[in-house]
Design a protein around this ligand. Sequence first.
Ligand code: PMP
Ligand code: GLU
Length: 400
Amino acid sequence: MRINERAANIKASSTLALTAKAKELRAAGADILSFTAGEPDFDTPKHIRDAAKSALDEGFTKYTPSSGTAELREAICAKLKKDNGLSYEPAQIVVSNGAKHSLFNAFYTILDDGDEVVTPAPYWVSYAEIITMCGGAPVPVYTNEADGFKADAGLIERAITAKTKAIIINSPSNPAGVVYNRGELAEIAEIAKKYDLAIISDEVYEKLIFDDGLEHVSAASLNDDALNRSIIINGVSKSYSMTGWRIGYAAAPRDVAAAMGNLQSHATSNPNSIAQKAAFAALVGDGAPVEDMRLAFKSRRDVIMKAIDETPGISAVCPQGAFYVFVNVEKLVGGDIDGMKINDAADVAAALLSRENVVVVPGADFGYANYIRLSFAISEEEIGKGMDRIKNFISECYSF
Ligand code: PMP
Ligand code: GLU
């Protein structure tokens, strides 16, 4: 059967594919250390699991309103008020099957064919694909390590054309852990106002910010203009260790939320009813497990950064949030290893896997061919072992 051009051009998600590959190799008995996982390794907190069990026992197993239950949308509004100082009504919230689905709904709803979306790079792998699926064109704005991978307003403005429809802000970011402060966001919001652009603010890592003095600021909270041109994307996957439950949400101006809801009502209907009950329990329940996880990630961040700093041939900007570090492996590129040419970070990753059983995500799908992404959503012991293997690989294959 012929696959149409639109579908044929979609690439599989490399983050998901490599995470699956690492699990498969491990299941086959290999002693794999995987830095791929874009998901917390903790169990979903007990009170959340209990809420799901009760939902099942109480027969909460039918269709819900397509955009999510009233109680969950109200809880999301209360969360947005409490954490972000934002006033939304339930009609402005669409609950979907993960934040990824919310992003799809958002881009499908606002992009016409050929519209451009300014996408600060390095960017999360799925942005470019989702924008393309929705008929748009991602326009990467390349930042650099020396500037901490931050896109400033000037850089963003230079990427704007007559076709630009939206700017993505992802703070804290995947894969570099960049956190934008209020002033930086205000300058970007001014640009959005000047060119009448939507702001897609992906805040899924909001609860994972490590350093004192840094806080999460939602771009929508800056002023009324920013609020009216923002679609906030968030969810429970990362904050509450609920990646498999598939609950994300968007908060948007009323007409945009209604259009996204209409789209969802035909595409998927409501997200899983039991998972919605669990997400409700997450949002209204005890926040202590979230803070415990943040502290664990902070300590892991320190462990992995120390190991990277001690390893010759690689460097990285210290992530301020999320649970990834984007590592420059440019000095490892060139020459060959075991007869294999090393032309980019994907080749470095392949050699690391074959020699040391370490799985990492090559940077090309994040916009940078000479970088790899290491997730530190694994135990400190695994981080230590994995970094020892990377050190060993470098000392055996290179002379620094
Ligand atoms: N945004 C970013 C930046 C992410 O890293 C992820 C990770 N999967 C998502 C959105 C989507 O999260 P989910 O669909 O699991 O809610
Ligand atoms: N967002 C995570 C990651 O970047 C999970 C996998 C995915 O959805 O891409 O690894």
